[in-house]
Design a protein around this ligand. Structure first.
Ligand code: SAM
Ligand code: SF4
Length: 478
C-alpha cells in the first residue's frame, strides 16, 4: 500500500524517506548504502541518479540504516527549518557511528554545497560532503574516506546534467515517475538560495530525455513529470549540425512537451516548475492540443504585492501575473492551478499582505505551498535588506493565507462533484484495500471502490465524483 498526497512536487510526507530500490540480500554486496532524501522533487530524483552510480560500482542498497556501511542524507537548504531537520537527523546517527567506526556518513545536495568543508568542522561525524554536480565522483570519494581522509567535492558545473545515467527508480509505485530535464537556476530571486547551491541553469539533451521517457513507458509507467527549477526556459543544449546551419530550430520546452506527449496517448505528461515570466502561449497551446498533457500548471507567485515582487526580483508585477492567469484560463479552460507563497518578506506591510490575500481570492488556486520567509545566508535579500518582519507577524500572516486557501481549495474540490474525472490508478487507497486511489488530469486525488470492476494499477478509469473531503475526491467508476 502507498500514500497519495495532494501533490508530489514537495511532499511533506516523504521528507526523510529512505530509498527502497532493488531488493538486496545481505550476501550479494560487499558494501551497502542507505539514503534519505529531503526537500523538493529534484532532490528525490537526484537520489535515484546517486543510487544508479553506486549500484553500478557494486554497492547494494538497504532500507535499514543499522546494516548500512554508508549513510547518505540528500539535503535541502531552502529554509532554515529544512537544515535544522538534517542537523537533528545527524545526531541520531552519532551513537551508531560509535558502535560501527568503519561506517561512513555523507551529506549530499544543497546543504553540502552551501556549507562545504565547514560542514565537516561543524559536524565531526560527517566523512563525505558532496554537492549536486559532483555525484559521479562519489565512488572515488568513498575510497578516499575509507582510507581515513574526509571526502569533499562541491564543485559546481556548467555542463553536468547526468543525462546519460539511467536513474534507479526508488520507492516507485511503477506508474508515475519524475524525469529531470534541466539543472540549476539563473533567476536570482532575492530570497532564494538555489542559484548558489545548484549553480547555473543547464538543459539536458532532448534525445536522452525522450529515451528515458520511452523506457519508462515501455516498463509500464503511465505518467511522467518533467522536472526543473524553471522548465519553461528549457533549450536543448546540443544542437545538431543542422541547427547550427539554421535549418532546424533548437528544442524549446514546448517542443519537448510535444515530443514526450507523442510517445503514446496513454502516457500522461506533467511538468514543474514554471516561472510566470517564462511560460509562453506556445506552451499553453501545446497543453491544450494534447489530451495527455495534463491540464495543470504550478505557477508560483510568491506575493500579491508589486512592491514586494520587485524586492524579490521576480521580474513581473501583480497585474502581469493576473494577466497570465487569465491567459491560461482562456487557452486551457478548467486548467488546475497551484502556487507558492511567501509571507513576511523584508519590509512587507499589512497593505502588501492584503494584496496577497486579494490576489489569492482572484486566482482561486487548487493547491498552494505556503511558507513564511526564512532568511538564507548569502542570498541577495540577506545582503541587501533587513529581515524586519517579526516571526510572530510572519506566522500570523501565513495562517491567514492558509485559512483563505483552505476555503478556496475545498470550493475547488466541491466544484468537481457531479463531473466525471479520468483517473490514472496509482494503487490501493491508503485507508482501504477495497478502494483504488489515483489522480485526475487536473491533479486531484480520487478514490473509488473497486467493487467488481476489472481495473488494475496503471489503468485509466472514468470516475463519477459523488462527494469530497478537503484533499480527496470520492466517486464511482462508470
Ligand atoms: N523554482 C521554483 C520557483 O521559482 O518557484 C521553486 C523553487 S523553491 C525550491 C520552492 C519554493 O520555496 C519557492 O517557490 C518559494 O516559495 C519557497 N522559498 C524559497 N526560498 C525561500 C525562503 N528563503 N523562505 C521561504 N520560502 C522560500
Ligand atoms: Fe529560486 Fe527563483 Fe530560481 Fe525558483 S526561480 S529556484 S525561486 S531563484
Amino acid at each position: 500500500m502507498f500514500e497519495l498526497t495532494a501533490s508530489k512536487i514537495h511532499d511533506e510526507t516523504k521528507q526523510g524517506e529512505a530509498f527502497a530500490g532493488l531488493s538486496s540480500s545481505s550476501l550479494s554486496f560487499q558494501k551497502k548504502f542507505y539514503i534519505e532524501s529531503y526537500g523538493c522533487a529534484m532532490n528525490f530524483a537526484d537520489s535515484e541518479v546517486i543510487a544508479s552510480i553506486l549500484i553500478d560500482k557494486g554497492f547494494g542498497v538497504t532500507q535499514n540504516f543499522e546494516e548500512a556501511d554508508l549513510i547518505f542524507l540528500n539535503t535541502c537548504s531552502i529554509r532554515e527549518k529544512a537544515e535544522l531537520t538534517v542537523r537533528k537527523r545527524l545526531t541520531e546517527f552519532r551513537q551508531l557511528k560509535r558502535q560501527k567506526p568503519g561506517m561512513l556518513i555523507g551529506v549530499l545536495g544543497c546543504m553540502a554545497e552551501r556549507l562545504k568543508s565547514k560542514f565537516i568542522e561543524e559536524e565531526k561525524l560527517v566523512d563525505l560532503v558532496v554537492g549536486p554536480d559532483a555525484y559521479r565522483t562519489l565512488p572515488a570519494l568513498i575510497e578516499e574516506a575509507e582510507s581515513g581522509q574526509k571526502g569533499v567535492n562541491v564543485l559546481l558545473s556548467r555542463e553536468e546534467t547526468y543525462g546519460d545515467i539511467s536513474p534507479v527508480r526508488l520507492n516507485s509505485n511503477g506508474v508515475t515517475a519524475f524525469v529531470s530535464i534541466m539543472r540549476g537556476c539563473n533567476n536570482m530571486c532575492s530570497f532564494c538560495v538555489v542559484p548558489f547551491t545548484r549553480g547555473r541553469e543547464r538543459s539536458r539533451d532532448a534525445n536522452s530525455i525522450i529515451k528515458e521517457c520511452e523506457e519508462l513507458f515501455n516498463n509500464g509507467y503511465k505518467e511522467i513529470t518533467l522536472l526543473g527549477q524553471n522548465v519553461d526556459s528549457y533549450l536543448n543544449p546540443n544542437p545538431s549540425p543542422q541547427v547550427e546551419k539554421g535549418t532546424v530550430k533548437p528544442v524549446t520546452f514546448s517542443n519537448l512537451l510535444e515530443k514526450v506527449a507523442l510517445i503514446s496517448p496513454l502516457l500522461r505528461v506533467r511538468f514543474s516548475t514554471s516561472h510566470p515570466k517564462d511560460i509562453t502561449d506556445e506552451v499553453l497551446f501545446t497543453i491544450a492540443k494534447y489530451s495527455n498533457i495534463c491540464n495543470y500548471i504550478h505557477l508560483p507567485v510568491q506575493s500579491g504585492s508589486t512592491r514586494i515582487l520587485e524586492l524579490m526580483n521576480r521580474t513581473y508585477t501583480r497585474e502581469w501575473y493576473i494577466n497570465k492567469i487569465n491567459r491560461i484560463r482562456e487557452i486551457i479552460p478548467g486548467c488546475g492551478l497551484s502556487t507558492d507563497m511567501i509571507t513576511g518578506f523584508c519590509t512587507e506591510t499589512e497593505v502588501d499582505h492584503k494584496e496577497t490575500l486579494s490576489l489569492m481570492k482572484y486566482c482561486e488556486y487548487d493547491l498552494a505551498y505556503m511558507y513564511y520567509y526564512s532568511e538564507r545566508p548569502g542570498t541577495l535579500a540577506e545582503r541587501r535588506y533587513k529581515d524586519d518582519v517579526t516571526e510572530e507577524i510572519k506566522k500570523r500572516r501565513l495562517q491567514e493565507v492558509i485559512a483563505l486557501h483552505r476555503i478556496q481549495s475545498l470550493k475547488s474540490m466541491q466544484n468537481e462533484i457531479g463531473k466525471t474525472a479520468k483517473v490514472l490508478i496509482e494503487g490501493n487507497s491508503k485507508k482501504s484495500d477495497e478502494h483504488w486511489a489515483g489522480r485526475s488530469d487536473n491533479n486531484k486525488v480520487v478514490v473509488f471502490a473497486k467493487q467488481n470492476n476489472s481495473f488494475k494499477k496503471g489503468d485509466y478509469a472514468d470516475v463519477l465524483i459523488t462527494e469530497c473531503t478537503a484533499g480527496t475526491l470520492i466517486g464511482k467508476a462508470i
